[in-house]
Design a protein around this ligand. Structure first.
Ligand code: PHE
Length: 466
């Protein structure tokens, strides 16, 4: 057993760091456009189904996997899956499963960060440009402005590199002084900025057309449309649950590996889910969607990836004190993305530190280098082609969000539910305030979550080739 492994400094710090891990660009940038693209009210039905059948069971499984791995001095997925699988199958088989999980988790982290860090860079750049009022002039076309931003190396590259360097700096300082300290400042700020922005949104009235009200925008999301439900929106919703809760990647496990062996996981895991959903459905859903609806009508919701960066700047400059609200919005996005990216960064540093004996400082610098290299396709796509189509980014986001995370999630629940089996339940219920009942474990972890994922994967693969 490794003795010098760091632990979280306080319960509050741990919960804020975990919430920071989950609450990210997924909540404020991805969720609104996924919900809008997949039929609004039709999206929310599979979304809540996936939250209950996949989100909650997997969150508990991942916390458990992490705390278990941490006991043995491991913070990354490969060894954790090996350790759990070993309880049910031969060590060789367990090693193969561990190797698959480890490589998968590593690849997903690399792929995701090849674009995620860029978006964090954009949010930093846009915070700066909002504060300095650079897109406030009404003659500027916000679409072209964003395009210009993407293809001009000066701005987009600099803010991206600053963002990645800040991440490296935070991770270098370790769990308590780095990750926990940043989360304690950034997380409360996100909720405060979010509430200010919601109040602004809901008091907009009908600035353009009488029936384009923020409330009509909320209605679009909240009126269930059973008839529009299909395989694509169901998979997108499940993918969004994985994405927003940081599941199927190993980073929840990584944070949970810094727990003490008898630290609670059930209540803390549920708190993470709740804080994330509050930030997604309430904050994320009550700012971007109704604000776009009020200014642009139903059309405004079709903006896709650019919703936050094209549609919203247009709106901020049309409202009173838009410069301030624009700055708050982009800073909120930045903090959200940053505290999630710290988790992914730390995952890679932990891998180097624990499995390869590299020092944390050196590991942080190496990951910085890796991030710059893997980020080049997105960085250079616009600059070289002189077109801001973000083809690579959107394609990757689709695959990572809707497919890769879900597949890795399947492996995790099978290992916990079937290979480790009852021991996983026993392990889950060690320490802590609440116990997971056996029926919940059997029904949700062993049965519903894997079956639900398999059906989704088969269904959407068939649809893909149709
Ligand atoms: N959950 C975070 C978000 O919503 C970051 C993340 C995304 C982490 C995907 C893992 C996988 O942005």
């Amino acid at each position: 057993m490794e003795e010098r492994r760091e632990n979280w400094g306080s319960k509050l710090g741990l919960i804020l760091a975990m919430a920071g891990n989950a609450v990210g660009l997924g909540n404020f940038w991805r969720y609104p456009y996924q919900a809008a693209k997949n039929g609004g009210g039709a999206f929310m039905i599979p979304y809540f189904a996936a939250l209950i059948m996949l989100g909650i069971p997997l969150m508990l499984v991942e916390w458990n996997q992490g705390r278990y791995g941490g006991k043995y001095g491991h913070g990354t997925l490969g060894p954790m899956i090996y350790l759990q699988a070993r309880e049910g199958v031969k060590p060789k088989t367990a090693a193969v499963l561990g190797a698959i999980a480890g490589m998968f988790a590593f690849s997903v982290t690399v792929l995701l960060n090849s674009y995620y860090n860029h978006i964090i860079g954009w949010t930093l750049g846009y915070s700066y440009m909002s504060a300095t009022g650079q897109y406030m002039d009404k003659s500027i076309k916000t679409g072209a402005f964003f395009g210009e931003y993407l293809i001009s190396p000066g701005k987009s590259l600099i803010f991206w590199i600053i963002a990645v360097a800040l991440l490296g700096f935070a991770v270098m300082r370790g769990i308590q002084k780095g990750i926990e300290a940043w989360a304690k400042v950034m997380m409360p700020t996100i909720y405060i900025f979010g509430i200010i922005l919601i109040i602004r949104t809901l008091t907009l009235g009908a600035p353009v057309k009488p029936d384009w009200t923020p409330i009509a925008g909320l209605d679009y999301i909240w009126s269930p449309k059973w008839s529009e439900l299909n395989a694509k929106s169901a998979l997108a919703a499940a993918g969004q649950i994985f994405f927003t809760l940081s599941l199927g990647m190993g980073i929840i496990q990584n944070y949970a590996s810094y727990l003490k062996p008898d630290d609670d996981i059930v209540v803390s895991g549920l708190a993470t889910v709740s804080l994330n959903e509050l930030a997604e459905v309430i904050l994320g859903g009550t700012i971007a969607i109704p604000i776009c609806y009020a200014f642009l009508g139903p059309e405004g919701l079709s903006a896709g990836v650019g919703l936050s960066f094209v549609a919203l700047p247009n709106i901020f400059r049309a409202m009173t004190a838009g410069r301030l609200f624009g700055t708050l919005w982009f800073l909120l996005l930045f903090f959200a993305g940053f505290t999630s990216a710290i988790a992914m960064y730390n995952y890679l540093v932990a891998l180097l530190e624990e499995e390869m004996g590299v020092k944390r400082n050196v590991g942080s610098v190496l990951v910085f280098g890796l991030y710059i290299i893997i980020g080049l396709p997105v960085a250079l796509e616009g600059i070289l082609t002189k077109k801001a189509e973000l083809f690579y980014l959107s394609e990757l986001d689709n695959w990572v969000g809707s497919y890769f995370l879900v597949v890795l999630g399947l492996l995790e629940v099978i290992v916990a539910g079937w290979l480790m089996g009852d021991k996983a339940l026993e392990e889950m219920n060690k320490g802590g305030y609440w116990k997971v009942p056996k029926w919940f474990f059997n029904l949700f972890v062993r049965f519903l979550a894997p079956v639900y994922i398999i059906i989704l994967l088969v269904w959407s693969t068939i649809n893909y080739y149709k």
